[in-house]
Design a protein around this ligand. Structure first.
Ligand code: HEM
Length: 430
């Protein structure tokens, strides 16, 4: 019952509201209720036409690159945890009373949902694991896992590039970082997958119930894993945190849940979106095959063109004025990161996919400010290694059916990409 009331408050009522507004043509509501939209950027364009910062029912919204960046970097905006939402007092009481006390990436004490100084403390404890230098040490492991996975694809006529490749690389790498044994990776994957809808607003009761069940199961798993590491610590970051007592158990569980989920539920979309966009732009793929040094730039353009994370939000901590609009303390602002990446004021011909675009790296796909993605260097490296190796190894790779989108709004990616890899390059030349 408690779970249902929480769903009704945080998702059920907003769902009805956004459905109604979508029918009335409100572009943000159309984005939020249309998880399979082929081109959500068209709604982003409509919002930008309405203004740089637009009031739309319950929230402000922006698809303007500069306004998004300014808000993300402004200390006067905080994270939008459920408790921070400007809801009527009775609903706010319900949110508090139905706290499920589960480690949830989108609720405190997840670092994503707390403000400094609490945020600074959590982030510092894990940041050293994700610096470009630390990630550099993972390079050989990323290459090794990629090679193993591609070897498994070699004889397949009916591969699914998502299930057989794009999900397996990031999950293997983040499990390595967290000291999770290989045989438990599939389990981690299932849990992450089931929890992903929680990043959307107004999800169905069924999706919410399944996500909460997955969080419960993952919490048990994480508790057991931490207990194991306390007895027999490895040289991974989680063993360090489990042993040194710098985080309470709820903080530790929240950190692991966030790192695990963020570590693969996003990177899989970078890889999948990249494969589809390169399939749709064979000239760009040909350029990359001829000039492989361009892969890191291509990863930036893939991130810009079809952002794996489409949006985030912030709550105003005081009254202020931004882009000539008066924002009141407690107001929430939805920041359309994916749409901001198509802002023509920053990116010339933004709807064109161009791996030579000089300023692609200005995209906001990794957000900005204090919550800027901790795993950005890792994701970039996984993206460049995985995609370059895939096309290098399989020159005849072709899709055998239409890619199917995942039924999610915020985490934008594919559920399935059917493909026939063809003969590996090595066996063609042999
Ligand atoms: C292409 C892949 C990825 C994308 C597009 C992505 C995107 C993002 C975005 C947009 C945010 C900030 C959200 C906000 O400002 O509210 C974020 C935060 C975060 N990401 Fe990523 N991410 C990716 C991969 C990863 C990986 C591989 C990890 C590794 C563990 C990771 C860990 C995190 C963490 C811990 C945060 C929270 C940071 C904080 O609150 O200080 N991400 N990510």
């Amino acid at each position: 019952m408690k779970t249902w009331v929480r769903w009704a408050t945080l998702h059920g009522m907003p769902r009805m509201y956004f459905n109604k507004r979508a029918r009335d043509g409100d572009p943000l509501s159309e984005i939020l209720t249309n998880s399979l939209a082929e081109n959500p950027y068209l709604f982003g364009n409509r919002i930008r036409e309405q203004g740089r910062l637009v009031r739309t029912g319950l929230t402000w919204v922006t698809a303007d690159h500069e306004v998004c960046r300014t808000i993300l970097r402004d200390k006067n905006f905080g994270a939008s945890a459920p408790e921070a939402l400007k809801l009527p007092r009775s609903m706010r009481r319900l949110v508090r009373a139905t706290d499920l006390k589960l480690a949830n990436p989108v609720e405190p004490p997840s670092m994503l949902m707390v403000d400094p100084p609490q945020h600074t403390r959590y982030r510092k404890l894990v940041a050293q694991e994700f610096t470009p230098r630390a990630v550099g040490r993972l390079h050989d492991r990323i290459v090794e896992v990629t090679d193993e996975l591609l070897a498994g694809l070699a004889s397949r006529r009916d591969a699914d590039l998502i299930a057989d490749f794009a999900t397996l690389l990031p999950v293997a790498i983040i499990c390595g970082i967290l000291g999770v044994p290989r045989e438990e990776q599939d389990y981690m994957l299932e849990l992450g997958h089931a929890g992903a809808p929680l990043l959307d607003i107004g999800i169905s009761w069924r999706a919410f119930r399944d996500a909460i069940a997955a969080l419960r199961a993952s919490e048990e798993f994480i508790e057991e894993h931490i207990a194991r590491l306390r007895v027999d610590p490895g040289d991974d970051i989680l063993s360090q945190l489990a042993v040194n007592g710098s985080l309470t158990m709820p903080e530790l569980k929240a950190t692991v849940t966030l790192l695990a989920g963020a570590g693969f539920e996003t990177t899989v979309n970078l890889l999948g979106n990249g494969m589809v966009v390169l399939h749709d732009h064979p000239d760009q793929l040909a350029l990359l095959r001829a000039e492989p040094d361009r892969w890191p730039d291509a990863i930036e353009e893939i991130l810009r063109f079809d952002s794996p994370v489409q949006m985030t939000s912030r709550t105003a901590l005081c009254d202020m004025e931004i882009a000539d609009r008066k924002i009141a303390r407690g107001d929430s602002v939805t920041l359309l990161l994916g749409a901001a990446n198509r802002d023509p004021a920053v990116f010339a011909d933004p709807g064109a996919f161009d791996v030579t675009r000089a300023n692609a790296r200005e995209h906001l796909s990794f957000s900005s400010g204090v919550h800027a993605c901790l795993g950005a260097s890792l994701a970039r490296m996984e993206g460049a290694v995985a995609l370059s190796a895939l096309y290098d190894r399989f020159p005849e790779l072709r899709l055998t059916g239409a890619p199917e989108r995942r039924d999610l709004v915020n985490l934008r990616g594919y559920q399935r990409i059917p493909a026939a890899p063809g003969l590996p390059a090595a066996s063609r030349t042999a």
